[in-house]
Design a protein around this ligand. Sequence first.
Ligand SMILES: Cc1cc2nc3c(=O)[nH]c(=O)nc-3n(C[C@H](O)[C@H](O)[C@H](O)COP(=O)(O)OP(=O)(O)OC[C@H]3O[C@@H](n4cnc5c(N)ncnc54)[C@H](O)[C@@H]3O)c2cc1C
Length: 270
Amino acid sequence: MNVLIVYAHPEPRSLNGALKDLAVRHLTARGHEVRVSDLYAMGWKAVADGADFLSHDSGERLTYVRASKDAFADGSQSPDIAAEQKQLLWADAVIFQFPLWWFSMPAILKGWIDRVYAYGFAYGVGVHEGERWGDRYGEGSLTGRRAMLSVTMGGRAPHYSDRGVNGALDDLLFPIQHGILFYPGMDVLPPFAAYQVDRLSEEQWPSVAESFKARMDGLFTDTPIPFRRQNGGHYDSQQVLKSGLGHGASGTRIHLVQPNEPEQLPVPLR
Ligand SMILES: Cc1cc2nc3c(=O)[nH]c(=O)nc-3n(C[C@H](O)[C@H](O)[C@H](O)COP(=O)(O)OP(=O)(O)OC[C@H]3O[C@@H](n4cnc5c(N)ncnc54)[C@H](O)[C@@H]3O)c2cc1C
């Protein structure tokens, strides 16, 4: 299978660099083909602006969404954007390797998403008409692919538990896992999370490495997070969860199919 690692860390000898290298070695040894988008090494341009569109006239007012739509449709996107879209389409699974910086991804990775996720590629896909809100949340250009976050954190695990002061990790990662990965159709695996890593010693590394290897081994077999599919019959015409669903859940967890609920519900014919 084809695995793309999108890697965001400025220092090759970092812990994140070691995890990325381990993933490349381990997955390659298992017979997978692995490619890495090493954003710092590539000098990835993190800011979205008019230079992303070859035919944009810098004197004209920029409407990024419209420019993105036009450039994706007529092939006039900046070549670095088009190349990363190709990488995503090549991949059967995508691993995002990054340190948690201010409760989110490093800016260079956010800038990769902002620019690579073009209109017509990651959003604005499918029919938008009446009560149909396009192909998103479980359907889209990246359907059939798996995605997994591999995140290192300075904070301790209890701080990221349900009642932890930082907020639950699943909640903090919801905008990425649901809003960025599930949105264009990928199946999202639970994250690989390494806590309190600033104090990690060389002696502790082997146990982190073993846990990570186990997750690599489950990349194509582990059960994805059971996010509800937008067009799976769970939401009403205004994309609000239907009454009768989600009881016992609150916050972002309401968007997970609950154990007593079917994955697919009848969708009214239009
Ligand atoms: C701007 C910023 C914002 C941050 N925000 C948050 C936040 O919101 N929440 C939070 O929890 N944390 C936060 N942090 C902390 C951050 O998440 C950690 O510093 C980061 O995850 C550490 O990963 P690293 O790859 O940079 O580790 P490194 O600094 O490279 O390594 C960490 C430790 O691992 C050791 N190590 C053991 N084995 C190896 C090996 N094989 N290879 C390399 N190193 C090894 C190193 O010796 C070192 O002691 C933030 C840090 C910054 C700089």
